[in-house]
Design a protein around this ligand. Structure first.
Ligand code: 13P
Length: 285
């Protein structure tokens, strides 16, 4: 399956005339875990506000400083198509939907399908966000069905997992996240795994200003990597695991310094271009 990211996130400076070298470099790139900062706008920004935010990023983001960090913007559905078009010629910034339905089409009023998201040339879909689990009662078996639809349409998945405050307080956080991963990912192949990004988002840290400590996040990311290795073998080494939950410019660098934290899924701070850019640069260092 072609990696959709190859379209928008190819940083390879080699020309097609040197095929051997190109192949070698691509093979090498495929072996390297991607560093990713993704901005989840949730249900924020009108059409004009969203376009203005992306235009500001396009004007001000210093791509030399961004380096090999991959940036993803995940706006509300009405902004997916115009933002995908705005970013068409900006390698390094991809676009993700925040959800999709598991069926390709049909009588599902209010829903959009992975096929529709693919048809506008977006790159990825966020699935399993705790807000969808909580407010829309999505569980891991439904999320697995959605994931199948997304991968079948050659889009990437950002799969979110994370424990509640209660689950952490009672010491069950590791078991809860492991169960989420094993239930949602059990039926996928190593080939599928190449197109799956995992985001660990402890529910108690989302939108609360209470960020997980590096030790808390690091412990979970290391465990997630072990579980992924158990499910997907060596391929798991190339899977990116992002941290999400109150990431801000002043705590991003410390979190990103952990070897098992490959970037962030950013909510509130992705709505302000300066904050989002600072977080991107924190990962690019
Ligand atoms: P905040 O960064 O606002 O805590 O949100 C995190 C999140 O839910 C991203 O998906």
């Amino acid at each position: 399956m072609a990696l959709p990211f190859a379209k928008s996130l190819c940083f390879c400076p080699i020309t097609a005339s040197n095929c051997l070298a190109l192949n070698q470099i691509q093979n090498h790139l495929e072996m390297v875990r991607k560093k990713i900062v993704a901005g989840n706008w949730k249900m924020n920004k009108s059409y004009d506000e969203g376009i203005a935010l992306v235009e500001q990023l396009l004007d001000e983001l210093d791509m030399d400083k961004v380096g090999e960090t991959h940036v993803i913007i995940s706006p509300p559905s009405v902004l997916l198509q115009p933002i995908t078009e705005l970013l068409m010629f900006t390698p390094g910034i991809a676009v993700a939907a925040q959800n999709c339905h598991q069926e390709e089409s049909g009588a599902y009023t209010g829903e959009i399908s992975a096929r529709m998201i693919k048809s506008i040339d977006a790159d990825a879909v966020i699935l399993g966000h705790s807000e969808r689990r909580e407010y829309f009662k999505e569980d891991d078996s439904l999320i697995a069905k959605k994931m199948k639809a997304v991968l079948a349409n050659e889009l990437m998945v950002i799969y979110c997992c994370g424990e509640s405050f209660e689950e952490r307080k009672t010491g069950n956080h590791i078991a809860v996240v492991e169960k989420q991963l094993r239930t949602a990912l059990a039926d996928f192949s190593t080939k599928d795994a190449e197109n799956i990004i995992v985001a660990y988002e402890p529910v108690w840290a989302i939108g609360t200003g209470e960020v997980a400590t590096v030790q808390q996040a690091g412990e979970m990311h290391t465990h997630i990597r072990k579980v992924l290795a158990d499910i997907f073998g060596d391929t798991s080494q190339n899977m990116s695991i992002l941290y999400g939950g109150s990431v801000k410019p002043d705590n991003a660098a410390e979190l990103f310094a952990h070897p098992d934290i490959d970037g962030g899924l950013i909510g509130g701070a992705s709505l302000k271009s300066n904050d989002f850019m600072s977080i991107i640069y924190a990962l690019s260092k």
